[in-house]
Design a protein around this ligand. Structure first.
Ligand code: HEM
Length: 392
């Protein structure tokens, strides 16, 4: 078969690449020698698609520091947080900020708060018998959940979605991002005053009290980290939840098995994260250049880590385009790798599992009516998911 190189003008920002289209493109890039050239926001970028090269590259903090891209993308609106740091500063600030995301506190949160919250969301629509599962559930629950986890009041999910989107869109709309940061501050500051007098078991109180090797966050540091977690904690989980339900509804036999096999449910969540990760492609800068596989990367290059490509590398995953919750390979790249490995992975996976369990319990006979497959080449989600279920 003649080798067709990927078109170097392929623009990743706007390409919808629904369903198999993204995965075919990434497979074509993986087959060609070296790194494929594409574009991001009109700029030339190199696409990394092989599992082992992705791991080596994301672990190599000296050549490819993960914080650099977030200094442009996130820091101007969110403030100085560990996402835009590297090296020791990153490690120490991350350890200071994230203890509330370890498995013990997350399990407590899921049982005590998230499951009741999921029932509250289901109460709003379970009697209808049909609806859009994205609008009713997956675009609601993760937004309510992150507010609760942070210790903030649960407000309107539409407003929270808009604020989150604006906070992360600093490059496209700096003024909108600044306004979104002010909106979050107006929610957080009064709660901070309450926590100063009466600390709670939530992230805000933990951040205010946290101390690691003599390091503490001042008020601006606390605010910045709350803005960060508010912005990144819900969107990715919401997108992953929409992909999970879409993939299962396309496979009614697996949904039926999930009803009777509780042990299958975490494996369905894991396989959905492998098959359609919500962060399909992750941008990185290479300020000093470096080497990825056989390719010498020039200083200042823009790189795209195709996590969705690594998750389907046939060198690692047998029959990678098959959705198979019984597969034995367990390692995924969906939460990244190396020093910036997602600290929210446990909360995210637990939320996906809790949502699946509550849906299985509350929506008998759930079936797909229609809607498009997952789409988006950077962030990937299902925009709508029309379903029906049995009532009465
Ligand atoms: C399914 C849901 C999620 C996915 C797929 C996901 C994916 C990722 C990925 C791929 C990275 C690595 C970024 C990089 O290397 O530059 C990352 C980092 C991060 N994630 Fe997540 N994430 C999810 C949920 C969450 C949640 C629930 C939170 C917090 C509440 C969170 C907070 C963060 C933070 C703060 C970082 C930066 C880590 C650092 O700089 O050390 N994520 N996430």
């Amino acid at each position: 078969m003649p080798l067709t190189l990927l078109d170097p003008e392929t623009e990743f920002t706007s390409a919808p690449l629904p369903g198999a289209a993204l995965h075919e493109l990434l497979a074509a890039a993986r087959r060609q020698p070296g790194l494929a050239s594409v574009r991001l926001l009109g700029q030339p970028a190199l696409l990394v698609t092989r599992f082992q090269e992705l791991k080596d590259f994301m672990a190599d903090e000296l050549a490819f520091p993960g914080g650099a891209v977030y200094q442009y993308q996130v820091e101007p609106a969110v403030g100085r947080t560990f996402i835009s740091m590297d090296g020791d500063e990153h490690l120490q600030t991350r350890q200071l900020a994230m203890p509330a995301f370890r498995s013990g506190p997350v399990s407590r949160f899921i049982d005590d708060q998230l499951v009741p919250l999921a029932h509250e969301v289901l109460d709003r629509f379970a009697a209808k018998g049909e609806g859009d599962l994205v609008a009713e559930l997956t675009a609601v629950l993760p937004f309510w959940a992150i507010s609760r986890k942070l210790g903030l009041p649960v407000g309107s999910e539409e407003r929270q979605r808009a604020v989150t989107r604006a906070l992360l869109a600093h490059l496209a709309d700096p003024e909108g991002a600044r306004r979104a940061a002010d909106t979050v501050d107006a929610i957080v500051r009064p709660v901070m005053e309450q926590c100063r007098h009466t600390p709670q078991d939530d992230v805000l109180s933990h951040l205010m009290a946290a101390e690691h090797q003599g390091l503490r966050l001042d008020d601006e540091g606390v605010l910045s980290h709350v803005r960060l977690l508010y912005a990144v904690g819900a969107t990715t989980t919401s997108d992953a939840m929409s992909n999970l339900f879409r993939l299962l509804l396309e496979r009614p036999e697996l949904l039926a098995r999930a009803r009777h096999e509780p042990d299958l449910r975490p494996r369905l969540v894991g396989e959905a994260l492998r098959f359609e990760p919500p962060v399909a492609v992750l941008p990185r800068l290479a300020p000093h250049g470096g080497r990825i596989g056989d390719t010498e990367v020039a200083p200042g290059s823009l790189l795209l880590a195709a996590l969705a490509g690594g998750n389907r590398d046939p060198e690692v995953f047998a029959d990678p385009d098959r959705f198979d919750p019984d597969r034995s390979e367990r390692e995924l790249l969906s939460f990244g790798f190396g020093p910036k490995f997602c600290p929210g992975w446990n909360l995210a996976r637990s939320q996906l599992l809790a949502a699946l369990e509550v849906v299985l319990e509350r929506l008998p006979g759930l079936r797909l009516v229609g809607g498009p497959p997952p789409q988006g080449a950077i962030l990937r989600a299902v925009p709508e998911l029309h379903v029906a279920w049995d009532v009465g």
